[in-house]
Design a protein around this ligand. Structure first.
Ligand SMILES: C[S@@+](CC[C@H](N)C(=O)[O-])C[C@H]1O[C@@H](n2cnc3c(N)ncnc32)[C@H](O)[C@@H]1O
Ligand code: SF4
Length: 371
């Protein structure tokens, strides 16, 4: 059986809950982490007994994986190294919050094999960071960036957000320029979304915060123009990289590769099987340590669901999707080609369909035609 090549671990701890964020996380639960780490490694042992796993990419996400202490990270990463064949590993990413970066932690991570850091900066502006309820200042994020460089990280992503309440066009332009001056290899620039069950969503519903699609689109277009001028390739709607620095882990997701997700709320896909672990650290830990499955939900994907997903993800990338996959929806494809949302591109494997700049602005609506 072909091995699973992509491994994700969800570390659901944060120093503070940001009021816009709907990722599964817990605040102030770090005292539970020793058992939690036991559970993560035990879940990996259980999965290794069932599946061949030889990762090319590993991604530690959250939550805030860097909220773990250096000894805890040492234990987790050493545990992964002991259990996995890392002979083919090319990319090992860890998400970090700027408030949790220290020289010692950064050096330890680098020494244990992490070679890519994704740090959540959001804005180089203290007033906006306060609106976002972030736990760090802009100066702290800048110091952390340099600490990562000094520890030897040569592949760094910075997460940024735009369309933040009160943010002006000039503030967003300044955040982009400051980012370019620092010179990361990769930038993820997300348009703020008002996610259900967040404080921002409640304020949005109460009319305190507003969303203006045209404003969002205007900022997005400016983002693409400035990133391109600074030498970044926009290889997915929110993801921009210097040539050759695309995130291989995310590319694998978008191309429909199998992946194994460990930890609470993590998804896994293996062939037509998909499962999601329970989104509760306590229940997750108890189940795994009792030898039970962590999965709270399982489904068998039919061919048409897999195809629709592959098209929806593929259209978000600059590679697009093979035209041959879109056969069943030829009428919609022709309509979008005529309307200027789609374009044809030649590739060695045959014709592909990609979004135009105009199409990128309405990507989610277009993808609905292929469900
Ligand atoms: C798991 S967090 C990154 C690491 C770390 N927890 C942090 O925040 O510094 C992933 C990224 O998702 C983005 N994000 C989270 N909630 C969002 C939202 N509602 N709208 C847009 N982007 C969001 C932020 O840019 C954040 O850095
Ligand atoms: S944005 Fe990051 S730090 Fe903030 S709550 Fe979400 S996962 Fe935690």
């Amino acid at each position: 059986m072909t091995p699973i090549r992509h491994l994700y671990l969800h570390i659901p701890f944060c120093l503070r809950a940001c009021p816009y964020c709907s990722f599964y996380k817990e605040v102030g639960s770090l005292r539970k982490t020793p058992r939690f780490l036991d559970a993560l490694l035990a879940e990996l042992d259980g999965q290794l007994a069932r599946h061949a796993v030889r990762p090319r990419t590993i991604f530690l996400g959250g939550g805030t994986p860097s909220a773990l202490s250096t000894p805890q990270l040492e234990r987790l990463l050493s545990g992964l190294r002991e259990r996995l064949d890392l002979g083919e590993l090319t990319e090992w990413t860890m998400e970090m919050n700027p408030a949790t970066v220290s020289p010692e932690k950064a050096r330890t991570l680098r020494a244990l094999g992490v070679n890519r850091i994704s740090m959540g900066v959001q804005a180089w502006d203290d007033a906006l960071l306060r609106v976002l309820g972030r736990v760090h200042t802009a100066a702290q994020a800048e110091r952390s960036y340099h600490v990562l460089r000094e520890a030897g990280f040569e592949n760094v992503n910075l997460d940024l957000m735009f369309a933040i309440p009160t943010q002006t066009r000039a503030q967003w332009a300044a955040t982009l320029e400051k980012t370019f001056a620092l010179g990361p290899e990769h930038v993820s620039a997300y348009c703020l979304t008002y996610e259900e069950d967040t404080d921002f969503f409640r304020r949005f519903q109460a009319g305190e915060y507003r969303q203006d699609k045209e404003w969002d689109a205007d900022l997005f277009e400016m983002t693409l123009d400035r990133l391109a001028a600074a030498g970044f390739e926009s290889y997915e709607i929110s993801n921009h990289a210097r040539p050759g620095r695309e995130c291989l882990h995310n590319l694998a997701y978008w191309e429909g590769a199998d992946y194994l997700g460990l930890g609470p709320s993590a998804f896994s896909t293996r062939g037509t099987e998909r499962w999601e672990n329970v989104a509760d650290a306590e229940a997750y830990t108890a189940r795994v340590l009792a030898g039970e499955s962590a999965a709270g939900f399982r489904e068998t994907l039919d061919e048409s669901t897999r195809l629709s997903e592959r098209i929806a993800f593929g259209l978000r990338t600059n590679r697009g999707v093979p035209a041959a996959l879109l056969g069943p929806w030829q009428a919609a494809v022709d309509e979008y080609l005529d309307a200027g949302f789609f374009t044809r591109a030649a590739s060695p494997e045959g014709e592909r369909i990609r979004l135009t700049r105009q199409g990128v602005l309405v990507a989610d609506a277009l993808a609905e035609a292929f469900v």
